[in-house]
Design a protein around this ligand. Structure first.
Ligand SMILES: [Fe+2]
Ligand SMILES: [Fe+2]
Length: 112
C-alpha cells in the first residue's frame, strides 16, 4: 500500500515520508517472519484488502492513519495474550514505530 502510494502521491514531502514508512513496514515484516520461522512456523504472505490512495491526498493520509491505528490495536491485543518475552518485546517496538508513523501522517494533514 505505502510503496504504491509513494509512487502516485505528488506532494514530494508526503511521498518521501510514505516511502520511508514503507521501508519500516518491510522491516516489521522481516522481524515477524523471523520470529515465526524460529518457532517452526511458516509466515503467510496472504494480503488483506489493499486500499490505494486516490486523488484526494487528505483522504489518502486519513486512510493511512486508520491503517496504522488498526495495526496498533491488533498488536496491542496480541501483546495482551502472547506469553513469549521475545515476541512481546518485538511487538512493543513495532507499536512504537506505528505510533510514530501515525504522528507523522497527522502532522502532514495539519500542514495541508
Ligand atoms: Fe508495521
Ligand atoms: Fe506503520
Amino acid at each position: 500500500m505505502y510503496t504504491y502510494n509513494s509512487f502516485v502521491i505528488e506532494d514530494c514531502d508526503i511521498s518521501r515520508l510514505t516511502e520511508a514508512i514503507a521501508v519500516d513496514e518491510m522491516r516489521h515484516m522481516w522481524w515477524l517472519a523471523d520470529l515465526i520461522t524460529k518457532r517452526g512456523g511458516r509466515p503467510s504472505m496472504e494480503l488483506g484488502e489493499v486500499e490505494y490512495v486516490g486523488e484526494d491526498i487528505k483522504e489518502g493520509l486519513e486512510r493511512q492513519i486508520e491503517k496504522e491505528t488498526e495495526g496498533i490495536e491488533e498488536y496491542e491485543r496480541q501483546i495482551e495474550i502472547i506469553d513469549d518475552d521475545e515476541v512481546v518485546g518485538v511487538l512493543r517496538h513495532i507499536v512504537d514505530e506505528e505510533k510514530r508513523h501515525r504522528k507523522e501522517f497527522r502532522e502532514r494533514i495539519a500542514r495541508l
